[in-house]
Design a protein around this ligand. Structure first.
Ligand code: ATP
Ligand code: MG
Length: 406
């Protein structure tokens, strides 16, 4: 089918009242950014929608790119006709004829947004539907369970005819709701948490803790690859690589085996909070999911989360592993996440980690470490390296340097 239009419905932002114009402009910019490869496209913005004229560009390619743009509620490849009965009838027939597999039943839905059109919607349902039926002998009407729903949308600038509505990613345009730091391990969960944060309009910068040389370079590369995948949605993502070896080794010496994960997590959050302050981020995002492992029981979360003042966002907290995996597959991070490289936390995993750590004990262990703990945290922050990823790969080192010392 030769579609000549893409009718894009903006998502959640249409419910926002006063800042609507700003949101729509931001959405238009994000859509254009995602479609830069298609040079012949032209754009038109109108109340809660963006109309894209394909000008011969590939409708399938454009559809695939639109699926990943945050803030889109849904979209439809469409044919545009003049606001005139004959033209609309012909367009409707062409759309139906081109539909594969050929439908046995259909239903017409006409929406008359442009009130100056001479026939009301109900009348149009009959006028257009009858024309389609007359010219497609095998086709029947089925109002309740049609194979295809043929939609005719009469707008001031023209009538759009289509029969597919593709669900968009939803959410808000990226960056609209501020910035957060994502704690990105190499696992399945945290990349999904990052994608969800971005979908809600948060710009993210990623933080990864590595224990080189105990963890391998491949383990870090894996996180670099995950960041690159997230950059497919986020345009450009900064990844902060934090040296965690010394801190981790020191915490392990405190002889509190069952509390080691709790202590490590608290140290991670303190470092992440410092980086957030440097980078102007207002929240931390993790891939925690309630009950999944010892460090993600409510008791553990309580003791771990107390260490910081910034909001700690856990988008996956109520999700089952299978749901998380489905998202990971959909966003294209799963294959990388299941590569077998070790994570820093798996190095020191005790036989029986505390599922209900005692805050007072944890605090007293940290207190004993005193200034040394603060120093190690400061050193880890100072030793952090920055890598900037785009969907194409690593950005030049010079740029990264400039970025770091902003
Ligand atoms: P994931 O699949 O995201 O690794 P997980 O189920 O393995 O999660 P944990 O290893 O307990 O869970 O980690 C919980 C969360 O802590 C992770 O989702 C991530 O946000 C953060 N985290 C853990 N290890 C690291 C790390 N090395 N660097 C950065 N963040 C980490
Ligand atoms: Mg993990």
């Amino acid at each position: 089918m030769y579609y000549d239009y893409m009718l894009v419905r903006l998502g959640e932002l249409t419910i926002k009242g006063r800042n609507r114009g700003k949101f729509e402009n931001l959405m238009l910019a994000k859509i254009k950014q995602a479609l830069t490869a298609y040079e012949r496209l032209t754009y038109e913005k109108s109340y809660g929608r963006v109309y894209i004229t394909l000008n011969g560009e590939d409708a399938d390619g454009v559809s695939a790119a639109l699926r990943d743009v945050f803030g889109i509620g849904s979209f439809s490849p469409a044919v545009r006709a003049a606001n005139e009965l004959g033209a609309i009838r012909e367009a409707a027939l062409a759309v139906m004829n081109a539909h594969r597999p050929a439908p046995a039943t259909f239903k017409m839905t006409v929406k008359r947004a442009w009130k100056e059109f001479p026939h009301v919607s109900q009348e149009m349902n009959h006028l257009v539907g009858a024309h389609v039926l007359r010219n497609t002998p095998a086709l029947k009407v089925n109002i309740r369970e049609p194979d295809v729903e043929l939609k005719v949308d009469i707008q001031p600038q023209g009538t759009f005819v289509y029969c597919t509505v593709v669900p968009g990613a939803g959410g808000f345009p990226l960056g609209m709701n501020g910035k957060a730091m994502l704690l990105l391990s190499g696992g399945i969960d945290s990349p999904v948490a990052g994608w969800m944060a971005m979908r809600k309009g948060l710009e993210i910068e990623a933080i990864h803790f590595h224990s080189y040389p105990f963890t391998s370079e491949q383990a870090t590369e894996k996180v670099v690859t995950l960041t690159q995948r997230l950059a497919h949605y986020g345009g450009r993502i900064k990844l902060h690589l934090v040296p965690f070896t010394e801190l981790q080794t020191r915490l392990a010496q405190s002889k509190q085996d069952h509390l080691i994960i709790t202590l490590m997590r608290r140290a991670m959050l303190r470092i992440a909070q410092k980086l957030a302050e440097q980078r102007g981020a207002l929240a931390l995002v993790t891939g925690d999911s309630l009950g999944q492992v010892a460090s993600q029981t409510l008791g553990s979360m309580n003791v771990i989360g107390r260490e910081i003042d910034l909001p700690l966002l856990r988008p996956l907290v109520m999700m089952d592993k299978q749901e998380i995996i489905r998202y990971a597959e959909r966003i294209g991070t799963y294959e990388t996440s299941i590569l077998p490289y070790e994570d820093c936390c798996t190095l020191f995993v005790p036989k029986s980690p505390a599922t209900n750590p005692n805050l007072r004990v944890v605090e007293s262990v940290e207190h004993e470490l005193g200034e040394e703990l603060n120093r190690l945290i400061e050193e880890a922050v100072a030793g952090t390296e920055l890598v900037v990823m785009t969907a194409q790969g690593r950005e030049g080192a010079r740029n990264a340097e400039e970025d770091r010392w902003f």
